[in-house]
Design a protein around this ligand. Structure first.
Ligand code: SIN
Length: 313
């Protein structure tokens, strides 16, 4: 029986179009269906020994990503991954929140198969769109024997869900794994692996999927930023509004303006879960004995928020 690679479309610039011929900015994301994206790459059928199955999960700009799409996406991934004929999954996604979706899926999917997110920085109507090559590379990764875990593929680089971050708003190689570096590269349809494939994050995965699908309101976790002149006003307002968790994008090694810190300590004493991350692009908060607010164990703020939401279900 022929192996399959399932390609799930969610929108993004990779499916974006512009009225201005060749434009790289000023386009509308999420316009072209995933079937059409695939059929625009004749090399795809030749490049993989698997048959491709397309499914449209959503058609959005990923700045608007939300819980309903996440739940549907996770559910469809789990269903397809359980099919023995499915070698792996590719997800076409906007670049803006790709790292959040990747980290969510890494935590709720318990699979030894690859789940490969890909994207584009230029719309499909650009003079030199990057989407087709990224999609070709992602399908190559999803059908690579031994590939596993949730990864992202863009501009020839392969990143793990734990490390990947969008670091540039315009250039085509917009993603980085920071100090860890990419897991590897995709070159002419082959993966050159530099590090191990990522392991599944969650042993409770199946329960997690059922929970996130069946719980109408996800736990409310917000991110607050420490900065010069910060106050506790936002935190106090969020607590009054029923927030359940707060991630603080701290300065440096987890430091917080004394006024904001006082509000966070009040929130924590009142039962709100608080985690300290850092607004620094690299490195992580190093915990020390006696820290009154726990650290996010090296996760950047947006990924720490996902972990905290899942912990609060
Ligand atoms: C989006 O995230 O959906 C729009 C931006 C992009 O994909 O680059």
């Amino acid at each position: 029986m022929e192996r399959k690679v399932v390609v799930l479309g969610t929108g993004g610039t990779i499916a974006g179009t512009s009225d201005m011929a060749g434009a790289n900015v000023g386009y509308t994301a999420g316009q072209i269906g995933v079937e059409q994206l695939l059929s625009a790459i004749p090399a795809l059928a030749r490049a993989t020994g698997a048959s491709l199955v397309a499914e449209q999960i959503a058609q959005i700009d990923s700045k608007d990503m939300g819980f309903e799409v996440w739940a549907r996406l996770a559910q469809r991934c789990a269903l397809h991954l359980a099919d023995p004929l499915v070698a792996g999954i590719v997800i076409t996604h906007g670049t803006d929140t790709l790292e959040e979706t990747a980290w969510l899926l890494a935590n709720v999917l318990d699979t030894t198969k690859p789940v490969v997110l890909t994207c584009a920085m230029r719309p499909a109507t650009a003079l030199a769109p990057d989407g087709p090559q990224n999609l070709l590379d992602a399908v190559a990764v999803a059908s690579t024997p031994g590939a596993r875990g949730v990864v992202a593929v863009a501009a020839g680089e392969l990143h793990g869900a734990r490390q990947v971050q969008k670091v540039h708003p315009y250039r085509v190689n917009a993603f980085s794994s920071g100090e860890a570096g990419p897991l590897g590269w995709v070159e002419e349809g082959r993966v050159r692996l530099e590090q191990n494939w990522p392991l599944a994050q969650c042993s409770q995965a199946l329960t997690a999927i059922e929970t996130i699908v069946n719980t109408p309101a996800w736990p409310r976790v917000e991110i607050v930023l420490n900065h010069a002149g910060a106050s506790g006003a936002l935190v106090d307002a969020l607590v009054r509004d029923g927030v359940q968790g707060l991630v603080v994008a701290c300065t440096g090694n987890g430091t917080i303006h004394h006024a904001l810190e006082a509000a966070l300590l009040r929130a924590q004493a009142g039962g709100v879960r608080v985690l300290r991350s850092t607004r620094c692009a690299q490195g992580q908060v190093l915990p020390k004995p006696g820290d009154a607010l726990p650290d996010a164990r090296g996760l950047p703020p947006v990924q720490a928020r996902i972990s905290l939401m899942l912990a609060l279900f």
